[in-house]
Design a protein around this ligand. Structure first.
Ligand code: ATP
Ligand code: MG
Length: 495
């Protein structure tokens, strides 16, 4: 039985064909992966199914009956739910209130009754949520559970998950997979978007690969392997970038001395942290998310104040600096949030020069010729799938990330603070970004790499520090660091 059939789907955005006669079939009760490079058209195809975009051509059948889907309301009526790449919950409302958002018009809300219903649903589907909690107090993983439960609460038989694991820590990924395999047995069909081929191999039954908006093929997981999938996606099969050889430690460039800072709620988040990063090295900071990395990166980028301690870049004191001082001191920032410091309504070209406009002025006015030329070079160098004039808000998630990286790294900063630089990137782009970080190191930059991906930390770092509960548990040279040792430190035992 086919839960969903999409036939000959075409979607154009001006000259771009984001979906080019795509056929996609979802069987009832299967978990079906949607794979493809950044900008291949995965989100677009799913937005069409969920009624957020209307296809220019093609047909959709649900349970083998043709349907017309013009809005998410239509999709929900047809039993389709979607958890998007960016959450849509209202932070100031509770979990229960968010469940029924948009359907309570005219009815007075009986909150206790609603909370009871939500608690029952939570129990029935095995998705733990606290009905009375305010969304703004929840972690990303908890918010995602609310989104999933919301879809199930509205009787979804088909659940679309757009890169659900990109925001989760490994333990949460396990929980999600457990829930999905359990719900699958009750007849739920799932469309699962991910850039992680190993996740796809682990929980999916079938895989559909998109390439440049076109269908590259659909295969059964049991009949395929990592190499074949990589090949279908990008036309090559070997991935993996690794640091080569030891390097002499260069001059001390970034010095962090005994810094303390609070989190957003005013609780201590960084407790007496000291780190040194030298020219020509990558210092990796490993840790399970939520152990102070976000605050540390914000502090070093001038976006968050320390309560005590000292930060020095070269001979510049950055202890109390704001973002512009930090940039002037030669610190290149790759923030965790790819939307930070990007202006969606401005073009790719404009966003690429936003923090260095002074270099693009001629006779007192902006030199648009130079801005355009700069953009064309970076788009080529970073393989960004967009044109210089495109508004940034129309870019795919991964391409937006590439614009941010290009902007920072093209200025050849002396110090690079990179937070989760490859989150959400496809395998090819991930390799590319890792190569660029190694190039920065090799030309003498001091790189601090904050990543929850242990494999990434181990592949790139010259030395590895581990953060746990806001403290540095220890620092190891790369050749002494094993996954087991680091794992123990990440769980709180000292080196
Ligand atoms: N609203 C829009 N206006 C113009 N172009 C768009 C719009 N939405 C998507 N696109 C373009 O369509 C193409 C496919 O984008 P889509 O978001 O579907 O990619 P994706 O496969 O989900 O990529 P990622 O893995 O990076 O999330 C991209 O080139 C993107 O720039
Ligand atoms: Mg996408």
């Amino acid at each position: 039985m086919h839960a969903v059939q999409m036939k000959g789907i075409v979607k154009r955005f001006a000259d771009l064909v984001a979906s080019d006669h795509v056929d996609f079939t979802l069987e009832k009760g299967e978990i079906h992966a949607l794979l493809g490079e950044n900008g291949a058209g995965k989100t677009t195809l799913m937005r069409i199914l969920y009624g957020l975009y209307t296809a220019d051509e093609g047909q959709i059948l649900i349970n083998e009956t043709p349907v017309v889907i013009h809005s998410p309301k239509d999709a929900i009526k047809n039993g389709i739910g979607m958890v998007t790449q960016h959450f849509t919950l209202v932070p100031t409302l509770t979990v229960a209130e968010n469940m029924v958002l948009g359907e309570t018009a005219g009815i007075t809300l009986n909150l206790p009754a609603l909370e009871k219903k939500v608690a029952e649903a939570s129990e029935r589907f095995g998705i733990p949520v606290k009905p009375q909690a305010l969304i703004k107090h929840l972690s990303v993983g908890e918010r995602q559970r609310v989104e999933i439960l919301k879809a199930l609460y509205h009787d979804a038989n088909v659940l679309i998950l757009d890169e659900p694991t990109a925001v989760l820590v490994p333990q949460e990924v396990d929980m999600l997979f457990e829930a999905l395999t359990r719900l699958q047995k009750t007849g739920l069909s799932v469309i699962f978007i991910s850039h992680h081929l190993n996740e796809v191999m682990q929980i999916c039954n079938q895989v559909t690969v998109l390439r440049d908006g076109k269908l590259a093929g659909t295969v059964k997981v049991a009949d395929t392997n990592l190499k074949e999938l990589a090949n279908m996606m990008v036309g090559r099969e070997n991935f993996g970038v690794k640091r080569q050889g030891q390097r002499e430690q260069g001059k001390l460039e970034l010095k962090i001395e005994n810094i303390c800072a609070s989190d957003k709620k005013g609780l201590p988040a960084l407790k007496d942290i000291s780190l040194e990063v030298h020219q020509g090295e990558i210092l990796g900071l490993a840790g399970v998310s939520g152990n102070g990395q976000t605050e540390l990166s914000a502090v070093l980028c001038g976006m968050h104040k320390i309560t005590s301690g000292k930060i020095t870049a070269g001979d510049v004191d950055l202890s109390d600096a704001d973002t512009s001082c930090v940039c002037k001191a030669g610190v290149g920032r790759i923030p965790e949030d790819r939307h930070a410091n990007m202006v969606g309504e401005l073009s790719v070209a404009e966003n690429l020069v936003l923090d260095q406009l002074q270099n693009f002025v001629k006779n007192g006015i902006l030199d648009y010729g130079k801005i355009q030329k700069n953009a064309e070079e970076l788009i080529k160098a970073f393989n960004i799938k967009a044109s210089a004039g495109d508004r940034v808000r129309t870019l795919s998630g991964g391409n937006m990330q590439k614009v941010m990286l290009a902007r920072t790294l093209s200025q050849n900063p002396r110090i690079v603070i990179a937070s989760q630089p490859t989150r959400g990137l496809d395998v090819g782009a991930t390799d590319y970004v890792r190569t660029v970080l190694l190039e920065q190191r090799d030309r003498g930059a001091a790189v601090l790499l904050l990543s929850e991906d242990l494999e990434e930390i181990m592949a790139l770092s010259d030395r590895i520090a581990v953060i746990y509960g806001g403290r540095i548990m220890g620092i190891l040279p790369a050749h002494e660091a094993t996954a087991e040792k680091l794992g123990l430190m990440m769980a709180g035992s000292a080196a």
